[in-house]
Design a protein around this ligand. Structure first.
Ligand code: AMP
Ligand code: MN
Ligand code: MN
Ligand code: MN
Length: 282
């Protein structure tokens, strides 16, 4: 089966590497099908395309959209999109404005906690004020020794109920799926095991809504999943008729658990998401 990594980040969102570094790393690890899926952004794709072409990698245009489902936020990867489609352009514009407002609010909250330079520090690590993520604040708090790890920042400051957390109302899951489909893409639930849906109807309720909205696939093989969870989500694919996706969710060599392309193959019993596309990938 084709070596694929369909979930990676660059420095236009909260990844540490630029598009070229991501594509080169994928090439070095013999990835043949690579998707760049920045959070609410597509700005790295134009830069990645010629490099991928030169290195013989098929680049899949992607995005990881932040969405709202019931009382939680869900990440929906859009694969094989036309990233210039107006539906994507307007989703990106809306997210940029939300991120800009949210980052200022987070900066104020952290200043109240005594970290007066958190906003400026996080901004210096981001590509723009409109692309600021919790990751940039977390990196700043680790770099300045406030916390020992990214995980510690999230559990002390950046999760719901913690003093640096700002709730954001992202677009509804169904609308997010519609955005991706309008742009010709396949909507994929990112790292499904990561959501705590216990009080919200469970994964079954979320997958039912996703399917009804036109969702096409879920990530089965990703670093957030244990081997037992590969089987759990493979079974969900069969139950709901979803295709399966695979991705490292690579952010940086220091912070990510696995390198680009460093994943086991999808179980042979599942339909890989790329098999649902018109182009045939050998
Ligand atoms: P945002 O999109 O600004 O809400 O930031 C979410 C990002 O924070 C995710 O995409 C992850 O990259 C990162 N993240 C979330 N939870 C954690 C955690 N516990 N440890 C490290 N990074 C995290
Ligand atoms: Mn991220
Ligand atoms: Mn995600
Ligand atoms: Mn991601």
């Amino acid at each position: 089966m084709l070596s694929a990594d369909l979930h990676t980040h660059t420095d236009v969102s909260d990844g540490a590497w630029c598009a070229e570094e991501v594509v080169r790393a994928a090439s070095a690890r013999s990835v043949r099908l690579l998707a760049i899926t920045d959070h609410d952004e597509v700005a790295a794709i134009d830069a990645a395309r010629p490099i991928a072409q030169r290195l013989g990698i098929t680049l899949v245009s992607g995005i990881e959209l932040s969405a709202q489902w019931r009382e939680t936020s869900i990440h929906v990867v859009g694969l094989n999109i036309n990233e210039k489609h107006p539906a994507i352009v307007s989703a990106v514009a809306a997210a940029r404005s939300m991120r800009k407002t949210r980052a200022l609010q987070m900066g104020e909250l952290l200043a109240t906690e005594g970290y007066t330079n958190a906003y400026a520090g996080a901004l210096a690590l981001a590509s723009s004020e409109e692309r600021m993520s919790r990751t940039h604040f977390a990196r700043f708090l680790v770099n300045t020794g406030v916390c020992g790890s990214m995980g510690e920042v999230f559990s002390r400051f950046m999760k719901p109920g913690k003093p640096g957390y700002v709730a954001t109302l992202w677009p509804e899951l169904a609308d997010t799926v519609a955005t991706i489909r309008a742009a010709g893409g396949t909507a994929v639930i990112a790292h499904p095991a990561r959501y705590d849906l216990q009080w919200l109807g469970g994964h079954a309720a979320m997958f039912n809504d996703f399917k009804a909205a036109g969702g096409g696939a879920i990530e089965v093989i990703c670093p957030a999943h244990s081997p037992a969870e590969w089987s759990v989500f493979a079974a969900h694919c069969r139950k709901y008729g979803f295709a399966a996706s695979i991705g490292s969710d690579f952010h940086s060599p220091r912070e990510s658990r696995v390198a680009i392309g460093d994943l086991p193959r999808l179980p042979g019993s599942l339909t890989p998401v790329w098999d649902t596309w018109n182009t045939h990938y050998a």
